[in-house]
Design a protein around this ligand. Structure first.
Ligand SMILES: Nc1ncnc2c1ncn2[C@@H]1O[C@H](COP(=O)(O)OP(=O)(O)OP(=O)(O)O)[C@@H](O)[C@H]1O
Ligand SMILES: [Mg+2]
Length: 242
C-alpha cells in the first residue's frame, strides 16, 4: 500500500507551553481508515490539530505524500489535500448551506456541490437555510460536505457522531463507508463510540496521556472487549445506545 501520511516522533502542544502529545509516530496508507481512540483529554484532538498545523510543534515531522508539511500554514492545508471536520463543527452560522460549501472549494475533483448533495440529500433540501437554522445532524453533514468539497486525499474527522441521534449516526456511518469505497479518501476518525469507529476502520491506535499505548488491526480490538475496556474504559467500549 502506498503511504499517504507519515507522522514521526511528533511532540505538540499549545502556545502556553503545554506539551500534550509526545513522540507520536504513525503511518497511514492511501485510502485507508484509522480509528483514533482514547479517553477524554488524552490528546486526540491535539493530534488532528497538529496535522492541520494548529498547534505548537517543538519536535517531530508530518509528511503528506512524501512532502514535509510540518511547518506549513493551516490555511494552505486544504490545498495540500487535507479536509478537517473539527470537533466543534465550526460551520458559518450566517451563511447558507450552499454558501458554506462554496467557500470551501480548494481543489478540483469528484466532490462537486452536486456530489455532496447526492451524498447528503438533506443538505440539498436545506441549501437556502442558514447555518444557525440547521439541526445538529445537518450541521455535521455540512461540516463533512465542506471538507469533501475541497477534494482531500486525507479526511480528519473529530468525533463526527457526538451528540447525534442513532438514526443520524447510521446515516453518517453509511456516508463514510461510501466516501472510502467510492473515492478512496484516507481517513483518521476520532471517536468515543469505539465500536462504530472500529467497524469503519482497518487500523486503530489508542492514546493515553499523549502517547500511543496500543496500535494494530481494528478487528483485533473490536473482538477483545476486555482489552478495549482496559484501554478506553467500559462506557466507551460498549455499543452506542443513546
Ligand atoms: N488550546 C489549548 N491550550 C492549552 N491546552 C489545551 C488546549 N486545547 C487542549 N488543551 C489541553 O490538551 C489536553 C488534551 O486535549 P485534547 O482536546 O487534545 O484531548 P481529546 O483526547 O481530544 O479529549 P476529548 O475526548 O475530551 O475531546 C487537555 O489537557 C487539554 O486541556
Ligand atoms: Mg477531542
Amino acid at each position: 500500500m502506498t503511504e499517504l501520511l507519515r507522522v514521526e516522533g511528533l511532540t505538540a502542544g499549545y502556545e502556553d507551553g503545554t506539551v500534550v502529545i509526545e513522540g507520536i509516530s504513525l503511518s497511514l496508507g492511501e485510502g485507508s481508515t484509522l480509528a483514533l481512540l482514547g479517553r477524554n483529554g488524552v490528546g486526540k484532538t491535539t493530534l488532528l490539530a497538529s496535522i492541520m498545523g494548529l498547534t505548537k510543534i517543538p519536535d517531530g515531522r508530518v509528511t503528506l505524500q512524501g512532502r514535509d508539511i510540518t511547518r506549513r500554514e493551516t490555511h494552505t492545508r486544504a490545498f495540500d489535500g487535507i479536509g478537517y471536520v473539527p470537533q466543534e463543527r465550526e460551520i458559518f452560522p450566517s451563511l447558507t448551506v450552499e454558501e458554506n460549501l462554496a467557500v470551501a472549494r480548494a481543489r478540483k475533483g469528484a466532490w462537486t456541490l452536486e456530489a455532496v448533495y447526492e451524498l447528503f440529500p438533506r443538505l440539498a433540501e436545506r441549501r437556502r437555510n442558514y447555518g444557525n437554522q440547521l439541526s445538529g445532524g445537518e450541521q455535521q453533514m455540512l461540516a463533512v460536505g465542506r471538507a469533501l468539497i475541497s477534494n482531500p486525499v486525507l479526511l480528519l474527522l473529530d468525533e463526527p457522531f457526538e451528540g447525534l441521534a442513532p438514526v443520524i449516526v447510521d446515516q453518517l456511518a453509511a456516508a463514510f463507508d461510501r466516501i472510502r469505497n467510492e473515492t478512496g479518501i484516507a481517513t483518521i476518525l476520532v471517536e468515543h463510540h469505539a465500536e462504530i469507529a472500529l467497524s469503519l476502520a482497518e487500523q486503530a491506535i489508542v492514546l493515553d496521556r499523549g502517547q500511543i499505548v496500543w496500535a494494530g488491526d481494528s478487528a483485533t480490538l473490536l473482538h477483545d472487549r476486555a482489552m478495549l475496556a482496559s484501554l478506553i474504559g467500559i462506557d466507551d467500549a460498549v455499543a452506542h445506545e443513546a
